[in-house]
Design a protein around this ligand. Structure first.
Ligand SMILES: Cc1ncc(COP(=O)(O)O)c(C=O)c1O
Length: 421
């Protein structure tokens, strides 16, 4: 709390990242700042330890402080971080991505997922000579995307007007968007999957409609890449888009993202401007090389899926035991499971979720709305998580049955925030 007061004196919201701020972690029940993290655990400033199901917003896949990544980064630190000429690591990491990702014939790097998605959009506009974009999911903080959400303050209407939405697993919504803007769509950009699996043929139909419209298909694999499969959701579902973007788990928490795609489209990069001082920064590339070399050997995504599956199955059993099936359901890929809440007769989703967070944090589990597992989720960590869930969900059943949730909630419930998925 003291740290929040201090931080807010010099930092609006007290955090650089919306999803790590007090907008997501209610003040009074939440740990607000991290002291350190190791493996599957994180410590707050008061020395409290939590099992961390957030995993730095899914940017960590091998666990915090992975030895191989640390060694590679330390070695590179001695050679240089940013120099006046590009290093060889750029091509080395690009080659690893080309080897693993079906759509990747060429690669360019950025720092955040938003760099990669925005570069992909500019590239698609340059390649097609068209301006309009159709989106599905979350694609970062830049004007072209965030202008299409309710948190669009500061984005000119003339920019927002170029972005249109469609719904996942609703092919008619894409058909509508395309037919309203015939000949004007540069790209359809989507998360290939988030909350639920694609219905049979959905992604195939998206690809066909996009191709027929003369637009480029972009998969935003910022989260799914190097998590669902080493070649991303595109490998898992057997659909190769024109362009794809990666970020998060590529470098186990180091800031690196990539836009990749067909050679013919990617060569247009030489004509547009996508360039940054730190695009080839070498500590992140060294981290990525270490992560991707291990991905190439195989087994990492399988491990994520197996531990995610076990965690979800055992959580599901506790939900059933506590007769909470109408209140809480899990969905999605085992490596990135979503916790979906439904209101009860007396309590809103925000009330239920805040109480759930309060009890989880109190018992040493850091969880928001997804299970972002890492390879550090050992059998022992999963057992401990399940024990905590057992107690938390029993508490939840009790306060619902006794109608005492509001009395037992120590803070005001979370406020509804802008939804992107
Ligand atoms: C699917 C997706 N795309 C893009 C982004 C933006 O990435 P970043 O926050 O690194 O800019 C995110 C971040 O959560 C994301 O989940």
């Amino acid at each position: 709390m003291e740290q929040l007061v201090r931080a807010e004196r010099s930092i609006p919201l007290g955090s650089q990242t919306f999803s790590k701020s007090r907008t997501q972690y209610p003040v009074g029940i939440s740990p607000l700042y991290a002291a350190k993290a190791k493996g599957a655990e994180i410590w707050d400033l008061d020395g409290n330890k939590y099992i961390d199901l957030v995993s730095a917003l899914a940017s960590v896949t091998l666990g915090y402080g992975d030895k191989g990544v640390e060694k590679a980064v330390k070695k590179q630190l001695k050679l240089g971080v940013s120099m006046s000429l590009p290093g060889t690591l750029e091509a080395e990491v690009a080659e690893l991505i080309v080897e693993m990702v079906p759509s990747a014939e060429m690669v360019r790097f950025g720092k955040n997922g938003s760099d990669a998605t925005s570069a992909a959009i500019r590239l698609a506009r340059a390649y097609t000579g068209r301006d309009h974009i159709i989106v599905c999911g979350y694609h970062g903080w830049q004007d072209w995307y965030i202008g299409s959400t309710t948190r669009n303050k500061g984005v000119p209407d003339s920019v927002s007007d170029l972005t249109h939405k469609f719904e996942y697993n609703n092919i008619a919504s894409l058909q509508d968007a395309l037919s309203n803007l015939e000949g004007k769509i540069a790209a359809v950009i989507m998360e290939p999957m988030n909350i639920v699996f694609p219905e049979p043929d959905f992604l195939e139909q998206v690809q066909k409609l996009t191709q027929d419209a003369g637009a480029l298909l972009i998969f935003d694999e910022t989260i799914t890449g190097f998590r669902f499969a080493r070649g991303g959701a595109q490998e898992l579902f057997g659909i190769t888009p024109d362009l794809s973007t990666f970020g998060k788990g590529m470098a186990n928490g180091f800031p690196l993202s990539a836009v990749v795609g067909r050679r013919e489209v990617m060569m247009e990069m030489e004509e547009i401007f996508f360039s940054g001082t730190f695009g080839g920064e070498m500590l992140s590339l060294a981290a990525a090389k270490s992560v991707l070399e291990r991905q190439l050997v195989g087994g990492i995504c399988e491990k994520l899926a197996n531990s995610g599956d076990e965690l979800a199955a055992r959580t599901g059993a506790i939900i059933t035991q506590n007769e909470l099936g109408n209140v809480l359901q899990l969905s999605g890929h085992p490596s990135w499971k979503f916790l979906n809440w439904r209101p009860t007769e007396h309590y809103s989703v925000d009330e239920l979720k805040t109480y759930f967070m309060q009890q989880s944090f109190q018992k040493g589990l850091l969880v928001l709305s997804t299970h972002n597992v890492t390879t550090a989720f050992s059998a022992q960590i999963i057992d401990r998580t399940i024990n905590i869930y057992g107690a938390v969900l029993a508490d939840l059943t009790r306060v619902i049955n006794e109608s005492s949730l509001r009395q037992e909630l120590k803070v005001e419930p979370l406020k509804p925030l802008f939804r992107v998925r």
